[in-house]
Design a protein around this ligand. Sequence first.
Ligand code: GDP
Length: 304
Amino acid sequence: QEQYTKGLEKTRKSFGEKLNELFANFRTVDEDFFEEVEESLIAADVGFETSMKIAEELRDEVKLQNAKNKSVVKNVIIEKMVNLYEAEGTNENNKIALDENGLTVILFVGVNGVGKTTSIGKLANQYRESGKKVLLAAADTFRAGAINQLAVWGERAGVEVVRGVEGGDPAAVVFDAMERAKAENVDILLVDTAGRLQNKVNLMNELDKIKRIIQKSLPHAPQEVLLVLDATTGQNAMVQAKEFKATTDVTGLVLTKLDGTAKGGIVLAIRNELHLPVKFVGLGEGIADLKPFDSEEFVVGLFG
Ligand code: GDP
């Protein structure tokens, strides 16, 4: 909880404080009050549609409970926000489907600069610390420097990296990585992929090819395809999520740089509009600054 509270400082300052202020000046729950709640939500990038939905449910619930007390109303807001998230399933969905008795392959997709490499490094470190044998595959052979960057993270996290050559065939890297993962009884293979190829069709073909190589070697893999999004880009992250969802079978999201934005509400908007679970959130640049997403901790963190 502490890390959430700290990582969400900016969002809390703009959104949480505004709500807290609203509560401090609280006299009565009237239409103005609901509208101000709605505005605070929209300002935090919860999204128009999602904000309206939360405010609407709040209106109904306040009426139903005949709530006049501000702490009750505040709890209803928190509950509505958590519920909105969990309506799509339980928090279980937020967890990675790790194969306990074999290899789990996690494919990372997303455009350049969103924090893909950093997130892979952080996650590799966590899994290694929890006693898993981890291997990384540097299959982003497209972006200059991507292979080296992943190698640096591999060293930092204390895990091996299978690397090809810049401009080489990513599928060949993935093939090698799968062979090695099986030969060395690796528990978790994290695969970095290129973010932007010449065009969408190209990207789709490339990801398909990588998936086919993985499946040839292990039919039920990859168990997860995680789309990495930069929370500071707000609604732009939403556009990327839509595009990638149409391009490949995304199973979940990693939302980075929540510490650098006042627009952390994007988590709720993406969940409500795209029905994709957020699996991890990035709350800083350090190796320990990646947390499994927990909707309750997240929402409570917004209120500080
Ligand atoms: P990639 O191109 O998607 O692989 O992006 P990188 O992993 O290279 O990350 C781009 C920049 O974002 C780097 O400077 C990272 O340190 C930074 N970054 C990644 N995740 C986070 C995060 O959760 N919080 C903050 N503040 N910075 C992050």
